[in-house]
Design a protein around this ligand. Structure first.
Ligand SMILES: Cc1cc2nc3c(=O)[nH]c(=O)nc-3n(C[C@H](O)[C@H](O)[C@H](O)COP(=O)(O)OP(=O)(O)OC[C@H]3O[C@@H](n4cnc5c(N)ncnc54)[C@H](O)[C@@H]3O)c2cc1C
Length: 338
């Protein structure tokens, strides 16, 4: 059995969400008696292969495919490369699942990209995909899964009976744990992919000011803004603070409903689940649907005029005050230090 893991890269190297996926994939590989995980990373130019190999070996990669040649994020083209690797591992998934690929698995983080690429991979190969898994273990002829439903309110036990398993790992379910002791070096393969035009119809080129590609789902710092920000223009200090901290801005649903920011920036049950080291929630009340998306943050700081807002009572640090006064003061202090 080969356990592949799609690895996403951000400005700091391997995205933390992918280290979580690597941790689940490593457990699955060990249970299945595989030598280790085969990690697959995409980058416009070949990523620093040696550094990438060492970073991923520390999380259980035995082999790493560093794939270049596809400019930007192209989910169908990425899926096509994964389908090729799956086929090369034994069997030929093309139109319709092939029984010969039995036993292999492809794991990805439960991020927008991870879910989207694996959905495309399912379409390309005809294999079923299980999203938001928190555990996976081989049982005779199948895979036993536990996965989140309803934004994590329910845990479902399921058996995936398929020639090969496509899984994404719930955003906050698995901690990223490196292998203990000195990891064996991973074998790094540098691949240059050529994608067909039809596979590049959906393609997102990274913008240079997007923090090196850090996405909301993988960012280590998220500065959140809610109705309390007051207007679209009110986000300027949040964006300045996010840039100073090397993070990105996320928003509540009220903000997207008002049209102040796009839905892609929404945190929550019907938005993105985030797992940053720090979530700075500004003018957000902390409704249950919002909290469903940010409860995986390691530390929460809330800024709110209302000390009894749920976000304030759940935060590690709560600042009672007007965000329009607190944020400029914070930015000034950070700038004075740098
Ligand atoms: C099915 C369903 C799915 C949903 N999914 C999501 C989701 O994915 N994500 C999501 O966010 N919501 C979601 N919601 C909406 C959710 O219930 C809340 O309505 C929403 O999160 C509230 O957004 P908010 O905190 O920005 O606004 P509010 O609840 O209005 O809170 C604004 C806060 O700002 C504070 N404030 C005001 N002025 C200032 C100031 N100057 N300085 C500091 N603080 C100030 C106020 O005290 C208040 O606490 C969903 C709802 C439903 C029914």
């Amino acid at each position: 059995m080969t356990v592949f893991c799609l690895v996403e890269l951000d400005s700091g190297g391997v995205a933390e969400a992918s280290l979580r996926a690597m941790t689940l994939a490593r457990g699955l590989a060990a249970d299945a008696g595989a030598a280790g995980v085969t990690a697959v990373a995409f980058a416009a130019a070949p990523p620093g292969a040696a550094g990438l190999g060492a970073e991923l070996a520390a999380y259980g990669a035995a082999e790493v495919y560093a794939v270049s040649g596809i400019d930007g994020y192209a989910p169908q083209a990425w899926a096509r490369v994964l389908a090729g690797l799956l086929a090369a591992a034994g069997g030929a998934p093309g139109a319709g699942a092939s029984p010969e690929i039995s036993g292999h698995a492809v794991v990805a983080a439960g991020t927008e990209r991870g879910n989207e690429v694996l959905a495309h991979l399912g379409a390309v190969t005809g294999l079923p995909m299980a999203a938001n898994c928190v555990a996976a273990a081989p049982v005779p002829g199948a895979l036993a899964l536990v996965r989140q439903r309803w934004a994590g309110l329910l845990l479902e036990e399921a058996v995936l009976d398929a020639p090969a398993a496509l899984l994404t790992v719930a955003a906050d379910a698995v901690s990223p744990v490196p292998v203990s002791g000195r990891p064996a070096a991973a074998v790094v393969h540098e691949l240059t992919a050529t994608a067909a035009d039809a596979d590049l119809v959906i393609r997102a080129a990274e913008s240079p000011d997007a923090g090196g590609g850090a996405s909301l789902a993988t960012a280590r710092v998220v500065v959140g803004g809610g109705r309390g920000v007051g207007s679209a223009d009110g986000f300027a200090p949040l964006e300045e603070l996010a840039a100073l901290l090397g993070g990105v801005v996320g928003v509540s649903r009220v903000v997207t409903s008002e049209g102040w920011r796009p839905h892609t920036m929404q945190v929550g049950q019907t938005g993105t689940k985030i797992t940053p080291d720090l979530y700075l929630a500004c003018g957000i009340s902390g409704a249950i649907q919002h909290f469903a998306g940010c409860s995986g943050a390691k530390h929460i700081i809330a800024i709110n005029t209302d000390p009894s807002a749920p976000m304030m009572t759940r935060a590690d640090y709560a600042v009672v005050g007007d965000l329009h006064e607190v944020l400029p003061a914070l930015i000034q202090t950070l700038k004075a230090r740098s």
